[in-house]
Structure formats: C-alpha cells, structure tokens
Design a protein around this ligand. Structure first.
Ligand SMILES: [Mn+2]
Length: 251
C-alpha cells in the first residue's frame, strides 16, 4: 500500500502544473505584427471571458523587428502591463540588438539588416533616411523613440518561473541551474537545447526558433510559428495541468 502511495505521489509531482486559479497565456515572437497581435488578443478575450481566476500574459520576447509596426506592438504590450491582468515580457535577442544600437555598444548594421530597419520605420525614420550619408543613428533613435519604450525594453528580464514552467526567449543550456544560465544562451541558444531530451526540472516554454506548428515535447514547448513570415501567431494556454494553443489564422 505504502509503495503504491509513493508511486502515485511521484506521478503527481511529475505532472506539470501552474498554481491553482491561474491561467497563463504565453505568446511567441510577435516581431512587429500588430494586426496579428490584436487578432490574438481578441481570441484571448473570448477564450478568457468566463474565467474568474487570475489571468497572466507572458510575452516570450522579440516584440520588435522584421514586421511593420514594432512601435505599435510595444505600445500595446506596455498598456497590457498597465491593465488589470499581470503581463510579463522577456528579453529577446532582437530587443538586445535594438538596445545595443541605441546605446552604441554594437555596430548597428547587423541589427538593421535583420529587422531593425523596419523597427526604425515604425518610429517614423524612413528607409531613405536610414541609408542616406551622414545618418546619425544614435541621435535619431533618441529623438524618435519614446523614452518610456526604452525604459520598458531595458527592464525586461531573461526568464520567468511560474509553477512547473520556465519561460525564456530562446532556451537554456541543459544541466546548468537557472541562476547560473548566461543571458546569451537564454536569448540566443538553439544547438544543444532544441535537440536535448534532458529533463530540465521544469518545462521550458520558448520562442526564437520557428516551427510551422507549436513544438510540444516532454521537456520544452516552442511557440514561435513565424507570424512575420506568413505563419500564425501562437499563444500557449496553461491552466492546472492542461496545455492548449490559440492561434491566429495567417493573413
Ligand atoms: Mn524571433
């Protein structure tokens, strides 16, 4: 009897749960796709209309770059953060690159070539201006980007734990405790993480690497379905021990 009880206990602790009366909507890489974000938020509102517990949003980072309206996406997510529901956003590699260009700590040509140029356009800095001779990127970014957007981006954490789930932008280095993980891995990792079958103690929920459908594995759930490249925008819905998905219909 005791042996059976112990086995059941073990099984129970192995099922991955979020705290009671809590529902989490985790959202993958938005990449400036404000129209798709608004469609997803509409789906979430309908889905959540009759839920009376605590609702939390977790954005997995890469709000910016590539898509047409990064400025609008940041505004939308900042306002969600101010609303009734708790909203957490993580630092993605694209926010890192944007801040490094703003601060002048990295050559901005890399950022501009992988989506930063569209971000600047969303703040009213036309492409023709960006590539004109004498363009002063640092000065124009300070002029054009609201300081509360920069403050918001600077404050983004690299990970978040809720119940048995660990939320990060890209992934983790397997076998390394979360407090010893390097920011570069949390924001950028692919190799060594995506193919790992190690039990990470918590299920790792991440974006960063595009898959046509959400990747729901024993040790991780990837929800970047490439909305900027014609795929849907995906939310993972966690409640109790259940995992399900909400997705926009690609345009
Ligand atoms: Mn991304």
């Amino acid at each position: 009897m005791f042996g059976l009880f112990k086995r059941q206990q073990k099984t129970a602790s192995a099922s991955r749960v979020v705290p009671d009366l809590t529902r989490i909507y985790a959202v993958g890489d938005v990449h400036g796709c404000l129209a798709q974000l608004d469609r997803l938020l509409d789906l979430i509102r309908v889905d959540n209309a009759t839920f009376s517990g605590n609702t939390r949003f977790v954005f997995l980072g890469d709000l910016v770059d590539r898509g047409p309206d990064s400025a609008g996406v940041i505004d939308r997510v900042m306002n969600l953060s101010l609303g009734q529901k708790r909203c957490d956003t993580l630092m993605g590699n694209h926010e890192e690159a944007m801040l490094a260009s703003f601060d002048g700590t990295a050559d901005p040509r890399g950022w501009l070539s992988y989506g930063g140029s569209q971000t600047l356009e969303s703040y009213g800095i036309a492409r023709a201006e960006q590539f004109a001779s004498g363009f002063d990127l640092a000065r124009r970014m300070v002029e054009a980007i609201p300081s509360d957007h920069i403050t918001f981006l600077r404050g983004l954490p690299d990970h978040l734990v809720i119940g048995d789930y660990l939320f990060v932008h890209a992934g983790i280095r397997p076998g390394v405790p979360i407090e010893l993980q390097e920011a570069a891995d949390l924001r950028w990792i692919r190799g060594g993480f995506l193919d790992s079958e190690v039990d990470h103690q918590r299920i790792v929920v991440h974006g960063h690497t595009i898959s046509p459908e959400p990747e729901q594995r024993a040790n991780r759930i990837g929800i970047d379905t490439g909305c900027y490249a014609g795929g849907p925008l995906t939310a993972l819905v966690l409640e109790g021990a259940t995992q399900r998905f909400l997705q926009t219909t690609p345009a």
